[in-house]
Design a protein around this ligand. Structure first.
Ligand SMILES: Cc1cc2nc3c(=O)[nH]c(=O)nc-3n(C[C@H](O)[C@H](O)[C@H](O)COP(=O)(O)OP(=O)(O)OC[C@H]3O[C@@H](n4cnc5c(N)ncnc54)[C@H](O)[C@@H]3O)c2cc1C
Length: 301
């Protein structure tokens, strides 16, 4: 009955009780009450509107590479923009839709001689997710390249924002409160072969330092100012700690890995354990970088 909130042309594409775990890099999580894969701005706008009419929360799913989804799943509408992934390079700028894969974008920029986004090489997920999280690392973050973003803001309005109008922080931005549709990023002219080599080098560094091919959501906790969460976790003796199928990686203390059978509740319990041990040893309370769906309080309950 609630499907009537979606316009008829979209209704047949709405999936009910759609499993989400396989859509995340941790391979954990229950179903979405409603799941929609948008292929156009109209689909996105209609889905936002339908969620409002239903009085349900809207969750935007990118590549699922920074998500811990509850075992019970999410009561609400989950919107994916995987059908919106166009990339158009013009000069030293690139216009990109939110569902584009970030590494595909990096490769396109390299091939077309656009320097800058190579610093993001190897970060999994979509451009929308990268903007929502202000993804980055030691060589830069996506905010460094943003010229403008088109999104549906939390009030449900389509809006174009210039870089200086957007609040970006460390591994977070206000854009996660709305739906990023597309962005224009700017770089500098560069030499194709050099850029390809640079991106490859940065990817190799990640592969050498992280359990990249295992099921994880990347760094579990944010680095406290001037400190490395991974090192603190290591010094607190947490490497190898296990709850159910969830383990603190031996290769990188800030990665929690699903060895195959982990549940979200295992990961949460392990996160709690690590937080407590780090606090005992270092006196600092680590804050999660991974996004918890449907939300921190509901998950912890
Ligand atoms: C092996 C590994 C290595 C990683 N290395 C790094 C790293 O070096 N640096 C780094 O910053 N991160 C890293 N990550 C974490 C993750 O890849 C990034 O946070 C990534 O940018 C998330 O993008 P996503 O599309 O997967 O987003 P998701 O995980 O799907 O979503 C994350 C958040 O973004 C929101 N979101 C997604 N799309 C949109 C949209 N279109 N509009 C609005 N909000 C949206 C979601 O609602 C959610 O709140 C790593 C993860 C893994 C698994």
């Amino acid at each position: 009955m609630s499907l009537n909130a979606f316009p008829p042309r979209l209704r047949e594409r709405v999936r009910v009780s759609e499993p989400l775990g396989q859509r995340t890099t941790l391979r954990i999580g229950g179903p979405a009450q409603y799941y929609v894969e948008a292929t156009s701005l109209r689909d996105v706008a209609d889905t936002v509107q339908a969620a409002r009419e239903l009085g349900l929360p809207l969750f935007v799913l990118g590549g699922g590479s920074n998500l811990l989804i509850a075992d019970e799943g999410v009561a609400g509408v989950v919107l994916s923009l995987h059908g919106m992934k166009k990339i158009n390079v013009f000069g030293h700028k690139v216009q990109v839709q939110a569902g584009a894969n970030l590494n595909t974008l990096v490769n396109r920029c390299s091939v077309e001689g656009l320097a800058g986004p190579q610093s993001l090489a190897g970060i999994p997920g979509t451009v929308g997710g990268a903007l929502a999280m202000n993804a980055g690392g030691r060589y830069g973050e996506i905010a460094d390249y943003v010229e403008r973003v088109i999104w549906i803001n939390p009030e449900g309005e389509l809006q174009s924002l210039y870089r200086e109008e957007i609040q970006f922080g460390y591994r977070i931005s206000e854009l996660r409160h709305g739906v990023v549709i597309e962005a224009v990023l700017q770089g500098q002219p560069g030499e194709r072969a050099e850029l390809i080599a640079r991106a490859r080098e940065i990817l190799q560094q990640k592969l050498a330092a992280q359990p990249y091919s295992e099921f994880s959501a990347g760094c579990t906790f944010k680095n406290p100012i001037g400190q490395s969460a991974g090192r603190m976790i290591d010094l607190a003796g947490c490497k190898g700690l296990r709850v159910g199928g969830a383990v603190v990686s031996d290769r990188h203390g800030n990665f929690i890995v699903n060895t195959g059978e982990a549940r979200a509740s295992d990961v949460l319990e392990l996160m709690g354990l690590v937080t407590r041990r780090v606090f005992e040893v270092h006196g600092i309370e680590l804050q999660p970088e991974v996004q918890l769906w449907p939300g921190r309080k509901a998950l912890a309950a």
